[in-house]
Design a protein around this ligand. Structure first.
Ligand SMILES: Nc1ncnc2c1ncn2[C@@H]1O[C@H](COP(=O)(O)OP(=O)(O)O)[C@@H](O)[C@H]1O
Ligand SMILES: CC(C)(COP(=O)(O)O)[C@@H](O)C(=O)NCCC(=O)O
Length: 244
């Protein structure tokens, strides 16, 4: 069965398409293109019989996608919901409906790839999320902080003189101009944040791994001060697990 997996975040729509069990196409669209997903993907030869979606961008986007998939392919997309205890992960939230489905799927994808160790899943997207899972698949909880684009935007919107539009996440030394001060500062903060979660875990969980994903993961990877694995498609990997 031809399957389309769709990860709708607050910035971009990431997708991956499988024919006969093999991935033959993938890509990303801007969130504003949600109503035209089917139209745009049809041009690329994407003709799914099954569509599975992780959406954290809200109800309006959900309806746009649903409508587009029905008109473009006559297929009703399946919108995944977070579950309390499934696929080897037990979620820490008391109200499981409040945990972002992308975070849940990234944990599932990660647990499937690296089953028998504790892990820290770091997703660097619109928001930066960190989720800690023990070696038995118990989600211990996590953090949500603004992602790099949101940090830049909040400075731009709420200050008169910090109007930075560069996206240079490479260095952490002291900035010598406004753009450097912002870019180096954000990177230093996020690197220290990740380290601060991982280092205290290590004495009890020496085998614990750090897995990074999301649109900004590649940009910051070489600056990380902890060992890491980079899995760019963890949310889609989680969707694939559920679809099977
Ligand atoms: N081609 C791209 N277009 C837009 N943003 C990109 C691109 N490549 C990397 N990024 C970075 O990825 C971030 C979004 O990551 P992503 O994981 O797609 O977020 P979300 O899941 O919240 O939509 C952007 O803020 C930007 O910094
Ligand atoms: C934290 C998020 C905004 C991350 O979304 P993203 O950066 O991938 O667009 C999303 O997972 C979400 O809306 N979560 C709901 C709140 C929670 O997980 O507690």
């Amino acid at each position: 069965m031809n399957r389309l997996e769709v990860d709708v975040g607050n910035t971009r729509i990431k997708w991956r398409y499988a024919e006969g069990g093999s991935y033959v196409a993938k890509g990303a669209l801007d969130l504003s293109e949600a109503p035209e997903v089917a139209k745009k993907l049809r041009i690329q030869g994407v003709m799914p019989q099954q569509i599975i979606v992780a959406n954290v961008a809200g109800e309006e986007v959900r309806l746009q996608l649903k409508d587009g998939c029905q008109r473009g392919w006559e297929v009703e997309p399946y919108f995944v919901k977070t579950q309390k205890n499934a696929y080897g992960i037990e979620v820490a939230y008391a109200d499981v409906t409040k945990l972002g489905v992308d975070r849940w799927l990234a944990m599932l994808g990660c647990h499937h790839l690296y089953p028998s160790c504790a892990k820290v899943v770091v997703s660097l997207g619109s928001a930066i999320t960190v989720d800690v899972i023990d070696m038995n698949g118990m989600h211990e909880g996590g953090y949500i902080v603004p992602g790099f684009r949101l940090m830049r935007e909040s400075l731009r919107v709420s200050t008169a003189q910090v109007q930075v539009d560069s996206t240079s996440l490479q260095r952490v030394d002291l900035g010598k101009n406004t753009a450097e001060a912002v870019e180096h500062g954000m990177l230093k903060m996020v690197i220290a944040f990740i380290e601060s979660v991982v280092v205290p875990l290590k004495p009890q969980n020496s085998e614990a791994i750090v897995v990074i994903t999301g649109g900004d993961a590649a940009a910051i990877a070489s600056s990380l001060t902890v060992d890491y694995l980079h899995e760019p498609e963890l949310v889609l990997d989680g969707l694939a697990l559920i679809a099977q």
